[in-house]
Design a binder for this molecule. Structure first.
Ligand code: BGC
Length: 260
């Protein structure tokens, strides 16, 4: 089966690196025109756009700070003017913040994580849903994390933002369903990207991580990107309001393989 997204327009946040970059490339490979959202300047997205263009796809880099509602509004206006109405929104922009016990955390840093991970997705979804509900078609995929369900010492802002994004997904899905619009989430486990380089470049940390994953390895960005393409396509036309976990079994609690 081939995933066909020909003629579709996708907007991907966090598309300059890691999982978001792979998603942008994969959606373009399936035929979608892709607005590649870059935080600081469009040069950041050059690698993503070049890879898409070299593979024969179509991409447009756009500067946008997802934590700023006005910036999001401007980016959507530019994307829709250049590419047409947005059919697929992937909210992948995310930060985990500096590790700190909650009672020692810097409140401004905590707020920033929530502003990017939760408000950012909300602002983008608002823009996208106005058009999608009017046209009675569209899909939003929010990238959460296994940490929408698993607590993580030192990362209370991150876990809280991802749990909230999961419930935002379900509520948006309920609101948008009467208009034929789907909203769902993908929760990656430990996917090998820059965000967790400290882990995969340290053999002891990797060995510890492997004990937390039944499949005993990190995932690769392709394993998330291709899932997102399936879920964004009509193959998944009956899937909405839920989170699909792609985590090698991390949320299957491997410690319970023995004892209990
Ligand atoms: C984090 C990664 C981490 C993974 C599993 C993700 O949400 O961004 O740094 O490796 O969860 O704990």
């Amino acid at each position: 089966m081939k995933i066909e997204l020909n003629g579709k327009v996708a907007l991907v946040t966090g598309a300059t690196s890691g999982i978001g970059q792979a998603i942008a490339q994969t959606l373009a490979g399936c035929g979608a025109s892709v607005a590649v959202i870059c935080l600081a300047d469009v040069e950041q997205g050059a690698a993503t756009v070049r890879a898409i263009t070299e593979a024969g796809g179509h991409a447009l880099p756009l500067r946008c700070d997802v934590s700023d509602a006005a910036s999001v509004q401007a980016a959507f206006a530019q994307a829709e003017q250049a590419l047409g109405p947005i059919d697929i929104l992937v909210n992948c922009a995310g930060i985990d913040g500096a590790a700190a016990l909650s009672w020692e955390a810097d409140a401004a840093a905590w707020r920033k994580v929530v502003e990017v991970n939760l408000f950012g997705a909300f602002y983008c979804a608002q823009q996208a849903l106005r058009g999608m509900t009017a046209r009675r078609s569209g899909v939003i995929v929010n990238i959460t994390s296994v940490h929408e369900a698993i607590a993580w010492t030192g990362y209370s802002a991150y876990t809280s933002s991802k749990a909230a994004l999961s419930m935002l997904t379900k509520t948006l899905a309920q609101e948008a369903a009467p208009f034929g619009v789907r909203v769902l989430a993908v929760a990656p486990g430990a996917i090998q990207t820059d965000i967790n380089k400290a882990v995969w470049s340290d053999p002891a940390a990797m060995a510890d991580l492997a004990t937390k994953i039944p499949l005993a390895r990190m995932g690769q960005t392709r394993e998330i990107a291709e899932l997102v393409a399936v879920l964004a396509s009509d193959v998944a036309s009956y899937v909405t309001g839920t989170t699909v976990f792609a985590d090698g079994g991390m949320t299957d609690y491997p410690n319970f393989a023995h004892g209990g």
